[in-house]
Design a protein around this ligand. Sequence first.
Ligand SMILES: CC(C)(COP(=O)(O)OP(=O)(O)OC[C@H]1O[C@@H](n2cnc3c(N)ncnc32)[C@H](O)[C@@H]1OP(=O)(O)O)[C@@H](O)C(=O)NCCC(=O)NCCS
Length: 237
Amino acid sequence: MAAWMKGAGHGPLGRLSMRLAAWAAPPHRGRNLLARLSPAGFVAASALEHHPDLTYGRHGFIGERVVLYSRDGSGRIVLGNGAHVYQDSVLETGHGGEIHIGAHTSIHTRCQLMAYVGSIRIGSGVAVAANCALYPYDHGTVLGEPIARQPLVSRGDIVIDDDAWLGTGVIVLAGVRVGTGAVVAAGAVVTRDVPPNAIAAGVPARVVGWRQPPPRDRAEPVEHLEAIAAAGGRDLP
Ligand SMILES: CC(C)(COP(=O)(O)OP(=O)(O)OC[C@H]1O[C@@H](n2cnc3c(N)ncnc32)[C@H](O)[C@@H]1OP(=O)(O)O)[C@@H](O)C(=O)NCCC(=O)NCCS
């Protein structure tokens, strides 16, 4: 495995090396370890890349059947060092929208990041749980015209700041900022900004609490981003 990953890269031969290394590796998130073995990281053979402006960070992970797509050749996708995108997630850009994913951020299975018109900017050490959807645009809804023919509009970019956690099934709409260290509870629909370190829940999401300092007798945590990096990304179960 390690020997094959020495040849890993984003050209045809580098990808062949990744494919050969994957044969001997465990499936799904078990292949994270391959990403750690090479600065080129790991991209599953079944991932679909149709994007003219795609930048990989070092030691990144792209899982099975992930789609990285640009509809009209516009926008950028920039993946930070140690960023992980798990299987069946779809990252699309179009109409000038961009996607930026920070270092050691994980996008878990079946997430949809659809950066049309507006952009999606996710910071470092962020955890986006399975089945989340981030949509920084809407269809025009003027009465009397078919919605499908109306132009896409955006109320602004989506920004998810460092260390935030989106629980499973969260939907984030246009123009929203989720602050540093904020927690968004499972199933929430975020229509307004969430302040740093808040815990927000519900539809529409409202602040239901705040993160609390650790109890005094708790052991010192390992330096946060270092710990995430050592684990090969924020790899939540
Ligand atoms: C948000 C969460 C972390 C709990 O945070 P917490 O601070 O311990 O919150 P509590 O359980 O004390 O709940 C606070 C209030 O929010 C409500 N609440 C918690 N989670 C909620 C949710 N997903 N949707 C709606 N309301 C929710 C509680 O009912 C409670 O309301 P009440 O005060 O009226 O009784 C947890 O509920 C959650 O959603 N976890 C996400 C799990 C997940 O997606 N895991 C994927 C792994 S990456």
